[in-house]
Design a binder for this molecule. Structure first.
Ligand code: ARG
Length: 239
């Protein structure tokens, strides 16, 4: 009897200690097809956003668990509590603000036009008139192009697929966020950017409307990471 009691006490102590030491988890949704913000490297999800959110997790004393999913599934995942936050180079648009809260912005970008080197007739967004343009489903570039009259868009799930089709002359251009476009240019020959400057877009972390406490904590952590040089060193590492 004593022996059983002893092992019971030991077991209970073990349970209590593991509860005290296990960090709370922070479930983070992303779509790892957006270099240099999030992408797969030999099967690992890496990138600017991933390092940034891990640094935020550190500040909050939470264990970051990354969940990779399709871009248009990210906001629904937040709304159904499958993830706590989303970091995905996501632009804080007015439309999305109806569904979720956004942290303070952490990066500014804009839409650009990617072309084949030998393209001579597309110089501005107006020149996309009558052309077939590749966009990624649910990205802001998709919205921008869909609002243009006389422009036909072809929607892709992943930007590398659109880039490939551009290289094979299946489409005339790709509209994509600036930093990611530059990243594709760096790694693919025969491409160039049209000389345009689209409206600035601010990337921010999305959080469920129900979780204002977490929103405040994340903003504080972001501020701290900007002050202590972490943010700057991540820019240097990835951009
Ligand atoms: N900034 C654009 C948007 O908010 C594209 C983001 C794409 N991000 C990604 N991880 N796939 O729509």
């Amino acid at each position: 009897m004593k022996k059983i009691l002893k092992s019971l006490v030991l077991f209970l102590m073990l349970v209590v200690s593991s509860l005290t030491f296990a960090k709370e988890k922070l479930y983070v949704g992303t779509n790892a097809e957006f270099p240099p913000f999030e992408y797969l490297d030999k099967g690992d999800i890496v990138g600017f956003d991933i390092d940034l959110v891990k640094a935020i997790g550190n500040k909050l004393g939470m264990d970051v668990v990354i969940k990779d999913m399709s871009f248009d599934g990210l906001i629904p995942a937040l709304e159904t509590n499958k993830v706590d936050i989303v970091i995905a180079g996501m632009t804080a648009t007015d439309e999305r603000k109806i569904a979720v809260n956004f942290s303070n912005p952490y990066y500014t970008a804009n839409q650009v036009i990617i072309l084949k080197d030998d393209n001579k007739d597309i110089k501005t967004f107006d020149d996309l008139n009558g052309k077939l343009v590749g966009v990624m489903l649910g990205f802001t570039g998709d919205v921008v192009v869909s609002e243009m009259k006389n422009v036909e868009s072809k929607k892709y799930n992943a930007s590398f697929a659109a880039i490939m089709e551009l290289q094979n002359n299946k489409i005339d251009a790709v509209v994509l966020d600036s930093e990611t476009a530059l990243n594709y240019l760096k790694n693919n020959k025969g491409l160039k950017l049209a000389d345009t400057s689209g409206e600035p877009e601010e990337y921010a972390i999305a959080i469920s409307k129900k979780n204002t406490e977490l929103l405040n904590k994340i903003n504080t952590a972001l501020d701290e990471l900007k002050k202590d040089g972490t943010y700057e060193s991540l820019l240097k590492k990835y951009m």
